[in-house]
Design a protein around this ligand. Sequence first.
Ligand code: MN
Length: 286
Amino acid sequence: MSARSVVRALPAQRAVEGDGFVVRRPFPVPGVDLVDPFLLLDHMGPVDHGPGEAVGTPVHPHRGFETVTYLLDGELRHRDSLGNEGVLGPGDTQWMTAGRGVLHEEGPTPRFLAEGGRLHGVQLWVNLPAAQKMIPPAYQDLTADAVAVDQPTDGVTVRVVAGEAFGLVGPGSTHTPMTYSHLTLAPGAAVSGPSDPDHTVLVYPLVGPVAVGGRILSEAELGVLGPGDSVELSGAGDDGGGPSEVLVLSGRPLREPVARYGPFVMNTRQELIEAIEDVQSGRFGD
Ligand code: MN
């Protein structure tokens, strides 16, 4: 096997969403529109909110892709125009297929808003292939206890939310081949696993630094990996310090034209215009 190494590093940039929701965003940024099939990665926190401080994003539409929200700490609530409502806690994932369209709001639960606390999570946007952009909206609520977990060696915890990675199979179902994993790596602890050579592979340290093929990625510095058929990672934190937390994403590129405007990701400019008209005429609901 040949191990993949980092061919591009993208330090996250600060961005503000919704009602003042601050995120760290490695992409899209100027010069990097997407990393096919992944469209966006937003890292929320970790931030300690006092009572009344937590913010969210007001009602907005999505069409043509999926939003995958994974929490490490805190509580988020989601409500949409179809009457769906859900609450995410630590270790939970909401895999939302926007498909032809939803209007939704995302924010703290009333309890989390009132009491405050630590919020830490990540939202990934996954593109849908052209043939599936207009499928009905759908949700997968993947709770912490459903995620595949293993401790293959001392100092390493692997959690797989979707796909097959590091010897585990996650509960999430995906429209194209991909894997979504969260690893905890003590300083010096190493793990490796096979990697589909046809996939794009991303490594994003959520907390602390992580070593990949001889290169150290800092916290919030996304590594885009080059060719290979395995992935090798190790915790690069200080001896005696806390573990690093890292997201490992892998997906087969769609290799289709992408036309994107805000919360809409389609294949042509005409389809974006139709999406905006459909929102304005109430076809996303209210
Ligand atoms: Mn949204």
